[in-house]
Design a protein around this ligand. Sequence first.
Ligand SMILES: Nc1ncnc2c1ncn2[C@@H]1O[C@H](COP(=O)(O)OP(=O)(O)OP(=O)(O)O)[C@@H](O)[C@H]1O
Ligand SMILES: [Mg+2]
Length: 320
Amino acid sequence: MDTMSLHQGRFATASGVLIVAGKGGVGKTTVAAALATAAARNGASTLLVEIDGTRQLAKLFDVPDLTYEPIRLDLGDTPAPLWGCKITPDDALADYLEGRGLYRALKRVQGDRVLDALASSTPGVKDLLVLGKIRQIEQAGAYDVVIVDAPASGHALTLVRAAAGVLDSVDSGPIREQAVEVAAMLADPDRCQVVLVTLAEETPVSEVIDTAFALEDEIGVALAPLVVNAVLAQAPGSPSGDHLGVVDDDMATSLTDAVDFARTRGEARDEQLDRLTRLLPLPRVHLPHLDAESFGRAEIGQLADLLAVAADVLTDDGVP
Ligand SMILES: Nc1ncnc2c1ncn2[C@@H]1O[C@H](COP(=O)(O)OP(=O)(O)OP(=O)(O)O)[C@@H](O)[C@H]1O
Ligand SMILES: [Mg+2]
């Protein structure tokens, strides 16, 4: 992947649209929220977009739900506002047809079957509609940054493949125009980048490497720095005789076991970070594992601070 483009530095404001993607459960929503918070704190008016309908973002920002119309997410006193919205294929279709004066007529004739009919005749059309809406928001220019919390990698790949798929299967007409416009956005690193998120664990690392190559080589989407999330702290040193002298035997055994366990986990983490260094030539940012019972604005704010610092001092080797 020596052709892989490196987009270093301030990735929170580097590009119009940032699509945050990665394997299920690695922290996409958390990282998308932290990036958006960092961007707003950095003075960029920011829109955070949910497209999987899971309400995870709403929970993090303590609002009942996001809606198609952006709502203001309260971050306290930031130099620029943070907004959040939810885009579903149905809403995007209604909006698209409305823009062409067609929605009412079609709705009267076909009810809610419009989207199903379209989707079955043209695979990828739902994803294309969602990306088309994101492109329209980007073009309207009301926000400096649009950050998309994408679904798990499999679907993220399907999502960005949608435009190419429609271009292959549709020869003319408005759907093709939409695909051309979306493909142009995806191919332009100044307009759109994908932020891949992984954990320092074997399966997510393998998956993120495959996804990175597929995105960059096959689809031509630029990749922002890789975020390695929830990195465990260095293991403490082994308890010495001095330390162990003040506890009883059972406690000493538990302490030694705990340290051995932490060391083994640390070795596994280092092995995966080495694999990333060898196999994925992307700048990298590490976020620590936070010991929090539940995540809300405070934890997101903490990660946003770290992202802002890390992005500023990011080097080619990746690790800040
Ligand atoms: N840096 C971190 N430290 C500790 N816990 C974390 C960290 N990042 C995320 N988590 C926790 O891990 C869980 C998964 O995170 P998140 O929901 O962001 O992942 P996701 O990739 O969006 O998941 P899904 O694929 O289900 O959408 C959540 O409970 C979150 O609070
Ligand atoms: Mg999520």
